[in-house]
Design a protein around this ligand. Structure first.
Ligand code: MG
Length: 334
């Protein structure tokens, strides 16, 4: 490791994942360890998830440091997900991060979770200035860098795209993604569902209701999954295309849990060709919530001096990505 290079430990705890990663300021990921809380039934219970995180935190940190092959004294900063996310879950990660930063006497770094999804995507794919589609169980937004910030061009007006597919799968007893998409590949007949794109914003709750209505009408499950998946992904592709045409950029980057979708990737590939652009997808290992993305974004913030004091380090459950000054955007990590 060179003299100027620093290592940042990052903690992710916005929802069901407690993750710990280590990254260097030159963009090497040294560790990425996580534990996922699975609810016994239904959706994530914030307090139960927080309890899970508190329970697994010490061991997850230990394992991450062990797997990185560095010693505690080599850590130059501690980063945590400050939001957006579930309050009780965020507070676990923040508490652990504050304690570690005080103990190690290194800077504390508050990271925006959405920005971290974008930065790990840029780092691992090598794309530079993309239109970003951030799609996951809890988030859906279309964004791109402009004048110092990631500007939000479009977002969901109600539930996230991933949530729409997950909830449908769980209600049908086939489980969350990728199961609805797997079933969709056996679909033959397309049933129109409410396609709602307003400008670059999207709405998915009506689609979910309409899909559940088809179930009651006795339509074949595979055909509903097919209609659902095609409709949701077409909407996502359309708004991404609009942002691409508007910004005249030449790269599209898909990040977040739903970026693992083969069908979505295919639709996006076909769309970008028409614009002489290129589509990039974050590697599967970094698609879901993870500590490495927090560590890496923390490392970038350390380089630009964007650190916080313990007093200022409150969590922000509604933290939007366009509130973050992306001072590191032009730093060349290659
Ligand atoms: Mg996420």
């Amino acid at each position: 490791m060179s003299r100027e290079e620093k290592v940042v430990l990052g903690i992710e705890s916005t929802a069901h994942t407690f993750g710990v990663g280590l990254a260097t300021t030159s963009g090497k990921i040294l560790a990425n360890i996580y534990e996922i809380y699975t609810p016994k039934s239904g959706g994530i219970h914030p307090r139960e998830a927080a309890q899970h995180h508190a329970l697994v935190a010490p061991d997850t940190i230990k394992r991450a440091i062990q797997s990185s092959n560095i010693s505690l004294s080599e850590i130059g900063g501690v980063a945590f997900s400050a939001g957006p996310g579930m309050g009780p879950c965020l507070r676990v990660g923040a508490t652990v991060a504050r304690a570690l930063s005080l103990k190690l006497r290194v800077p504390l770094i508050a990271v925006n979770h959405g920005v971290a999804h974008i930065e790990i995507g840029r780092l691992t794919t090598g794309c530079r200035d993309p239109v970003v589609l951030y799609v996951a169980g809890g988030n859906t937004l279309i964004t791109s860098y402009q004048d110092g910030r990631y500007r939000i061009f479009g977002e969901t007006l109600d539930i996230a795209a991933g949530n729409c597919l997950d909830v449908f799968g769980i209600k049908m007893g086939i489980g969350s993604m990728p199961n609805p998409e797997i079933r969709a590949s056996y679909g033959e007949k397309f049933y129109p569902l409410p396609y709602k794109v307003k400008g670059m914003d999207v709405s998915f709750s009506g689609i979910l209701t309409a899909a559940l209505k088809l179930v009651k009408e006795g339509v074949r499950l595979e055909d509903i999954c097919y209609s659902l998946v095609e409709t949701v992904y077409s909407m996502l592709t359309e708004v991404t295309e609009r942002a691409l045409a508007f910004t005249e950029k030449k790269e599209v980057l898909i990040v977040g849990g739903l970026s693992r979708s083969k069908r979505l990737r295919k639709m996006m590939d076909e769309m970008v060709k028409l614009h002489d652009a290129k589509a990039y997808v974050v590697p599967d290992a970094y698609a879901g919530d993870n500590g490495a993305m927090i560590a890496w974004t923390g490392a970038l913030q350390l380089l630009t001096g964007q650190v916080v004091s313990v007093e200022e380090s409150r969590v922000r459950p509604r933290y939007r990505i366009d509130e973050v000054d992306v001072k590191w955007f032009h730093i060349n990590t290659e």
